[in-house]
Design a protein around this ligand. Structure first.
Ligand SMILES: [Zn+2]
Length: 125
């Protein structure tokens, strides 16, 4: 994560086509909200109209789809309040992540379920 004096901090997002520097809104030390993006047919980056909750240290998306901004903010706050230490969590793999989240998994799953229920982003899901 790159600190900014003013404006947005940016976070490096890991994608299948390499990493992308994206502006983000910091929710907590370790969790940020990032505009959902993709690529058009020429490979140019395009915004998708939604937002995802992203693990800032790894640049990996915590949420697997995108939601509207209020739903993304609510989910990120709920995830921050699960007791998971997102700042030191390492996304080394699914099993390792599960082990690090441990008995907070049900709270994380509940927060993610609310995110998945967002129907405010038209056509982007
Ligand atoms: Zn929503």
């Amino acid at each position: 994560m790159t600190a900014a004096e003013n404006g947005f901090t940016s976070v490096e997002i890991a994608t299948t086509h390499g990493s992308r520097d994206m502006p983000c809104e910091i929710v907590t030390d370790g969790l940020v909200i990032v505009p959902a993006f993709g690529e058009d047919e020429t490979g140019t980056s395009v915004l998708m109209g939604g937002f995802s909750v992203t693990h800032a240290p790894s640049g990996r998306m915590v949420t697997q789809s995108h939601a509207c901004l209020p739903c993304a903010r609510m989910t990120a706050l709920n995830l921050a309040n699960t007791g998971v230490d997102w700042a030191s969590l390492q996304f080394t793999g699914q099993e390792e992540t599960k082990a690090a989240v441990g008995n907070r998994m049900s709270a994380v799953t509940a927060a993610m379920a609310e995110f998945e229920q967002c129907r405010h982003v038209g056509g982007a899901r």
